[in-house]
Design a protein around this ligand. Sequence first.
Ligand SMILES: [Fe+2]
Length: 293
Amino acid sequence: MDSPHPTGIGLGLRSAFIEQIDGGEADGAVAFLEVSPENYLWRGGRAVDQLARIRDRFPLLGHGLGMNLGGVDPLDDRFFAELRRFLDAHPTPWYSDHLCMCHRGAEFHDLLPVPFSSESAVRVASRIREAADRVERPMLFENISYYLALGESAMDEPEFIAEILERADCGLLLDVNNAYVNAQNHGFDPYAWLERIPLERVRQLHIAGHEAWDERTLIDTHGASVKEEVQAMMAWVVERIGPVPVLLERDNHIPPLADLLAEVAELDAIYQAAIGRWRGDAEVAAVGGARHG
Ligand SMILES: [Fe+2]
């Protein structure tokens, strides 16, 4: 199904401000809204009606939590049937979920990492292909923040991500805050990490705020505004890949909508400057190419 393919800074739709979005308070201020179907599946009522109106005014991107792409249980038929119904009613150019295990018989209340191995990559990639067939849309997976490594890793995370992208032939939802938090907590250089990610596969970015747990540990709380270091990583990626949708995630300590929209505007200025550098580089490359035949 064709649906708008937004670029620029968008906002994750949350119940804390859906009323105001429905009332028009974000019109013209965000490029798109990201919606998590799990908040609406098997439900009726006010929020579902509000979303039906909102989808006619904003491009939507669908982003979920429940596919269990890293898991080992078979994909859940009941969940996928309901998700498919939701996506048919709320068009989105692709669908994304996390590179994690979120249930095994019972629900875990966190996104758990998957061991970085070829064996996992084969399993996850075949689940992503199956998920894309079931929702009949391209799939993206998102790199998560993790606080412990599972087992002995046969490869590192960029290698693992690259292998899944290749095997599943899918896109990447690159969460630059997750990469930054992991880099600080596990002691690696986030830019060296980014350099090894196949950026040509990136279809969307996530950006969010984190908070310090103690001197050594950052937690990906989505409970603060985006730190400058993470804004800079977003700009670094955008100036290399060009126009892309960038989603501001905020899940805790949600401020008034006006404050979030001010942050969207601040991020947009950084994004537009990065697009300007990307354009400049593209023009320089075109002139260079012409000169050298
Ligand atoms: Fe994210």
